[in-house]
Design a protein around this ligand. Structure first.
Ligand SMILES: C[S@@+](CC[C@H](N)C(=O)[O-])C[C@H]1O[C@@H](n2cnc3c(N)ncnc32)[C@H](O)[C@@H]1O
Length: 472
């Protein structure tokens, strides 16, 4: 280390070199330089904060958190360290701590738009939509018209149910040349939520015109068209998505179901999870108004037929709970209902019902394999169509049931020998295969019925409703 001529002041040139390395993108060289600096200046807040920032830029959130923490031990009001610390906690999934740190930062620096924006994003991710709206408004009062923050405000307003204002904000933004692509996605989703599917499609297409090389815009267009059973339109959009993003498993999977490649026995989780996540906000409206869905009622009738009237005694698991229609249907039998679904937005909607003891956003198989709980009744309304080969799921359900427990589910019927992909991008089943699968996985059939569970256009969708008892 060189010493400066000025007694008592450290020579900062080593830190400046590290900063220059960082600015030139030589992050590892910068880290080596700061590490050297810290061996000769242990505990120097500037060195520690720079190390924290470099670690964050290198994707090492834990290291960034620790260095930012050390900086703050020495200088509790170090603003950059607070910012880095909050970002690191956020990256590590501790949103509550990140939120507290943004509060500290805003206490010192209330005119920090980035901190307000980040606080808004945390509020959005934790379903505090009104708080998110306030935070984004605060940020915009400091940097009016910032495109991404305006986009975030539109999204938050939509989630907060203020659809008119959300639409206004996002329409104005999408008419601006600096609009981010996401603004078209959010405006399209809100338009769909209001039941205007052609309008939602037009917005997504306008987004594609503006951002023709963005695979995600095509993916969302394809999902939208899938939900309105526009098979050819969805296929074309999936093809465009795959052209722009050849590794996209969702697009490849759907095209395989249309004869463009081989359909796997089990779908990639991200396809249906993504589809239902997208679908969650207008799911119930669509099910009730357009599809005449009654899967949850079929489950209730089947459970009542075999178990008699509900007496609130059972521990129940709702697999693929969606927004919670089925959990509500079996509530009369429940001492407690747990739910799980791999679409996080479905889980958020289900939470609003306030009836579940525990809700988790994860895949059915993951949950069943890892849970220590034992259930009296497991239900799965309209879930098998998205699972493919049902044997692993049935085996996992069997191992989570108490002696004497039951499993009730619906499965769409189709012209297949065992199971396979149907016309509507859902797996369909042969009724005999379902009873064979039940026997193979340790169940006795208590009841089986056939019924129409929904309509796709004018076509009635027939399902088998099975109630199985776990064999000893
Ligand atoms: C058609 S919805 C039915 C929702 C609910 N059971 C009802 O009756 O309203 C199917 C749900 O199953 C979920 N799902 C499908 N496959 C799943 C899997 N492998 N793991 C977890 N959830 C799954 C979807 O995300 C979606 O919410």
């Amino acid at each position: 280390m060189k010493n400066s001529g000025c007694r008592g002041r450290p020579d900062l040139s080593a830190l400046e070199t590290a900063r220059a390395d960082e600015a030139a993108g030589r992050l590892r060289e910068a880290v080596a330089g700061v590490r050297n600096w810290l061996t000769t200046h242990p505990g120097d807040p500037e060195g520690l904060a720079l190390m924290a920032r470099l670690a964050l830029r290198l994707g090492r959130a834990e290291v960034a958190r620790d260095f930012a923490g050390q900086t703050l031990e020495r200088d509790a009001s170090h603003r950059e360290a607070l910012q880095i610390s909050a970002s690191a906690f956020r990256a590590l999934g501790d949103l509550a701590e990140a939120d507290r740190i943004y509060d500290r930062l805003l206490g010192l620096d209330p005119a920090n738009p980035s901190a307000w924006n980040e606080k808004g994003n945390i509020a959005l991710a934790t379903d505090r939509h009104e708080v998110a709206v306030d935070c984004f408004r605060q940020a915009l009062s400091l940097i009016p018209d910032h495109p991404m923050i305006t986009c975030n405000l539109g999204l938050a307003l939509g989630h907060a149910g203020q659809h008119d204002e959300a639409t206004g904000v996002l329409e104005e933004l999408t008419n601006r040349p600096d609009s981010p692509a996401e603004a078209f996605d959010h405006l399209s989703a809100i338009t769909a939520l209001r039941g205007d599917m052609p309008g939602a499609e037009a917005v997504q297409l306008a987004g594609i015109e503006r951002f023709p090389d963005r695979a995600r815009s095509y993916l969302l267009l394809a999902r939208l068209r899938s939900t309105i059973s526009d098979r050819d339109g969805a296929a074309e959009a999936f093809r465009q998505c795959l052209r722009l993003d050849p590794g996209n498993r969702e697009a490849a999977f759907v095209l395989s179901t249309m004869g463009e490649g081989e359909t796997p026995e089990t779908p990639p989780d991200e396809f249906y999870a993504g589809l239902f996540d997208y679908y969650a906000d207008f799911f119930e409206w669509h099910l009730k108004e357009k599809l005449g869905y009654c899967g949850h009622d079929l489950i209730r009738t089947s459970v009542e037929g075999s178990l008699g009237p509900g007496r609130g005694l059972l521990e129940i698991l709702d697999v693929g709970c969606g927004t919670g229609l089925c959990g509500e249907a079996v509530q009369p039998w429940a001492r407690a209902v747990d739910g799980m679904d791999f679409a996080p937005k479905m889980i958020r909607q289900a939470k609003r019902r306030g009836l579940y003891r525990q809700l988790e956003a994860c895949s059915a198989l993951d949950f069943l394999k890892r849970t220590d709980r034992r259930y009296d009744l497991v239900v799965a309304a309209d879930v098998f169509g998205y699972i493919g080969n049902p044997l692993p799921l049935m085996t996992a359900v069997r191992s989570c049931l108490r002696a004497g427990g039951h499993f009730c589910f619906t499965a769409e019927l189709g012209d297949v020998a065992r199971f396979g992909m149907g016309e509507h991008i859902r797996y369909v089943f042969h009724p005999d295969f379902l009873t064979t699968a039940a026997a193979e996985t340790g169940f006795d059939v208590m009841s089986r019925d056939q019924a129409v569970m929904r309509h796709d256009g004018d076509e009635p969708i027939r399902v088998e409703v099975l109630l199985l008892a776990a064999r000893d």
